[in-house]
Design a protein around this ligand. Structure first.
Ligand SMILES: [Zn+2]
Length: 290
């Protein structure tokens, strides 16, 4: 048997899985990242979870370790950019470190690019855009079935400007899509309306007008962002992944309505939620299945 180790390395959790070459998960582990404790601490945890994942298996049967990381990645050099949610990790040659430790070929890729790669394996569309809506908003672009990297860091779609003078974003700009339509934005807006932070899934379950209004407002911002994506890339599908997908049609409908109102070119683009359970893990494994 041959296997692939796949890691989803995020700012709040690290997940690791062992895949067979048919794409089935044999084993899956999850730990908290505790990113604030610094790089040395987190790296130790990262290596440990890979250790646990391959425990009991013959190293010679593992063809690779794929890591999807919540950071910009210089794919050619296999070096991280400057990740806002992983303090201290700038310019880390992560693939080299892991490869030296385990003596197994290692590939590092941006986590949302991994998710996009996984989605592209499960759709007939050749050109897709994947947005992950969670704490922030990440983007991945697939053109002709391949990840589009531009000059290295393409796909930062959470930082499309939706309101020129809008609220401040983590990136230093104002009015980014991320600050207006992420899971964090939903929590903040529901605090304003209900006096407490609520998740997209909780709002959707409430089924009252006030809750629907919150999701409608978020959907309007999201739709405006999607219109820009359609005008720039004209993809066949835009797939929304991450925790926000729990909001269902209460979010999806106003999003599509706003997008269609603004798009003057291709209104046929399909906007839908992801059907995959672990798109980042699956995509990081796909780095070795191509
Ligand atoms: Zn931004």
């Amino acid at each position: 048997m041959k296997y692939i180790v796949s890691v989803d390395f995020g700012g709040s959790k690290i997940e690791s899985a062992l895949f067979d070459l048919q794409g089935n998960i044999i084993k899956k582990l999850r730990i908290a990242t505790n990113a604030k404790k610094g790089k040395k601490y987190v790296l130790k945890k990262l290596l440990k979870i890979i250790d646990w994942t391959i425990e009991g298996f013959n190293k010679k049967e593992i063809i690779g370790i794929g890591i999807g990381v919540a950071s910009p990645v210089n794919f050619k050099k296999q070096i991280l950019g400057n990740p806002p949610n992983l303090p201290g990790w700038s310019n880390t040659p992560l693939a080299k470190i892991v490869q030296n430790r385990f003596k197994i070929k290692t590939i590092v890729e941006n986590d949302v690019n991994c998710a996009a790669l996984a989605e592209s394996k499960f759709t007939n569309a050749k050109n897709i855009v994947v947005l992950t809506l969670g704490t922030g908003i990440g983007g991945g672009i697939i053109i002709n079935n391949e990840i589009y990297r531009g000059n290295g860091f393409a796909g930062e779609l959470g930082h499309i400007i939706v309101q020129e003078n809008g609220p401040k974003c983590m990136c230093g700009n104002r009015g980014c899509l991320e600050v207006l339509a992420s899971g964090t934005a939903i929590r903040k807006l529901s605090k304003k309306v209900f006096g407490k932070e609520l998740l997209a899934s909780e709002l959707a379950k409430m089924k009252n007008k006030k809750a629907q209004k919150v999701l409608k407002e978020i959907g309007k911002h999201l739709g405006a962002g999607l219109a820009t994506i359609v005008h720039a890339l004209d993809p066949e599908e835009i797939i929304l992944a991450g925790g926000v997908k729990e909001a269902g049609n209460a979010l999806l409908k106003p999003t599509i309505k706003e997008m269609k109102k603004r798009v003057f070119t291709d209104k046929k683009v399909v906007v839908r939620f992801s059907q995959l359970d672990d798109p980042v893990l699956l995509g990081a494994a796909c780095l070795f299945l191509e």
